[in-house]
Write a protein that binds this ligand. Structure first.
Ligand code: SF4
Length: 186
């Protein structure tokens, strides 16, 4: 299939997913930002609530070629914020570098948490990893060298993004490799 065929496939799949989301998910999404803004939860607990919603949403994102063992998107740049780093430190017990690496072009380089083709900090993975699902018919366009070929529709939650922007205070530290290093950590 051509790039355009695959983009059309992803667009139709995305529309179908959104049209068929169950009321419970829509209810969980509605007002997420306002609820978190009004709550006295710590930033880490607020982030956990956003992750919990994204994990629930992910159950309805299908069909997707995303599979354990396919690690193409773990070779993309992954931006990360202070609260996400703290979450990884607390949940996955991994420590950041004492001195962060300089910024660079990290596309094509493996994430330091990628071990044997799988994420070794799955329950603590950052926001951008949780919102990344391919809706193309195959993983062909996920390969880092093809990933800029064209835009694909994705099932996103603007409410989750708003909530995340609130919790991370719109700040980013840099790429995950700057914060945790570039070599596999395990
Ligand atoms: S944190 Fe995990 S899911 Fe995210 S890029 Fe790294 S290995 Fe992949």
């Amino acid at each position: 299939m051509s790039l355009q065929d695959d983009q059309n496939f992803a667009r139709e799949t995305c529309a179908r997913i959104i049209a068929n989301l169950p009321p419970a998910i829509l209810k969980k999404e509605a007002g997420l930002t306002a609820r978190l803004e009004a709550s006295k939860l710590t930033p880490l607990k607020k982030l956990a609530a956003i992750y919990d919603f994204l994990d629930d949403l992910a159950k309805y994102i299908a069909p997707t070629p995303c599979r354990k063992g396919c690690s193409s998107c773990c070779h993309y740049a992954v931006s990360i914020s202070e609260v996400e780093v703290q979450f990884i430190e607390q949940v996955a017990k991994m420590k950041r570098l004492k001195v962060a690496r300089e910024p660079g072009d990290f596309n094509g380089q493996p994430c330091p948490f990628l071990v044997n083709g799988a994420c070794s900090i799955y329950s603590a993975r950052p926001y951008s990893c949780r919102r990344h699902h391919s809706l193309a018919p195959t993983a062909e366009w996920c390969a880092p060298e093809k990933s800029f070929a064209g835009d694909f529709a994705r099932a996103q939650s603007s409410e989750a993004q708003l909530a995340f922007d609130l919790v991370r205070e719109m700040r980013t530290l840099g790429d995950i490799r700057q914060v945790f290093g570039s070599a596999p950590l395990r």
